[in-house]
Each structure stands twice: as C-alpha cells, then as structure tokens.
Design a protein around this ligand. Structure first.
Ligand code: 5GP
Length: 120
C-alpha cells in the first residue's frame, strides 16, 4: 500500500500502456479498465488520465470540478456498456482509513451481483 506522497503510481503505467490492462472505455480525459482483483462480476476502475494533484478525492479543488463530473459520467457509460444499469455501485476509497491503496483518484464501478448495504 502506497502513501499519498505524490509519487507516480501503477496507474501511470496503465495509462501509458506500459503494462497491459483490459480497457473498457477511453476518451481524451478518462480511462476505464477492469480491476485486476475484482470484487464483483463487473469491477471497473475509472480514472483521470491526468492526475493533476488528484491523488485522492480529498485533494480536490475547484479546478477539478470538470474532470470529477467527467469521471462520474464515464462511470455511467461503463455501467451501460456492461449491462448493469439496473444496479451498480460507485465507490471512492479515500485515504488509509478507507483502504485506498493507489494514490491516483479512481472510481470503482461494481455490479453484476446483489450488492450489500452497509458495505462495511
Ligand atoms: P483502492 O484500494 O486504492 O481504492 O483501489 C485500488 C484498486 O486498484 C484495487 O481494487 C486493485 O485491485 C486495483 N489494482 C491495483 N493494481 C492494479 C493493476 O496493476 N491493474 C489493475 N487492472 N488493477 C489494479
């Protein structure tokens, strides 16, 4: 588990296609790819291609509002592509107490099974 120290993360290598990933959706600003350790039949990570200081949501500033909206909209496109619009969950783990392990903002899109609440 990395700390939020501003260092590059594994997601930079995924963005730069230096390591392979199963890409589900991509546009100019956003990349969505399957989580290597899926917690549901559908488990996709949606990330900004440019981290721009967004190691975690808690670092968001007014300049990030557009990309934050784009990430959420991309999550909807991904859910639609995966056929889970009838039930899916978006998760953002923020910081060590929330089990964040990669310090490059990412939305988890989870679905394809009955989700439980509260998540624990
Ligand atoms: P976090 O715990 O930070 O919210 O989520 C990080 C996620 O990234 C985890 O679910 C983990 O399985 C996923 N992950 C870590 N390394 C890789 C990788 O190299 N490839 C892919 N596709 N997912 C990764």
């Amino acid at each position: 588990v990395d700390a939020d120290n501003g260092a590059p993360t594994i997601f930079d290598k995924i963005i730069n296609k230096e390591i392979p990933s199963s890409i589900v959706y991509e546009d100019e600003k956003v990349l969505a790819f399957r989580d290597v350790n899926p917690q549901a039949p559908v488990h996709i990570l949606v990330i900004p291609k440019l981290r721009d200081g967004l190691t975690q949501l808690g670092k968001a500033e007014p300049k990030h509002v557009d990309i934050l909206g784009q990430l959420l909209y991309a999550a909807k496109i991904v859910a639609e592509k995966e056929g889970i619009l009838d039930g899916f969950r978006i998760v953002i783990n923020n910081g060590p107490k929330a089990c964040q392990s990669v310090y490059h903002l990412h939305l988890h899109v989870l679905g394809g099974r009955q989700m439980k609440w509260p998540p624990g």
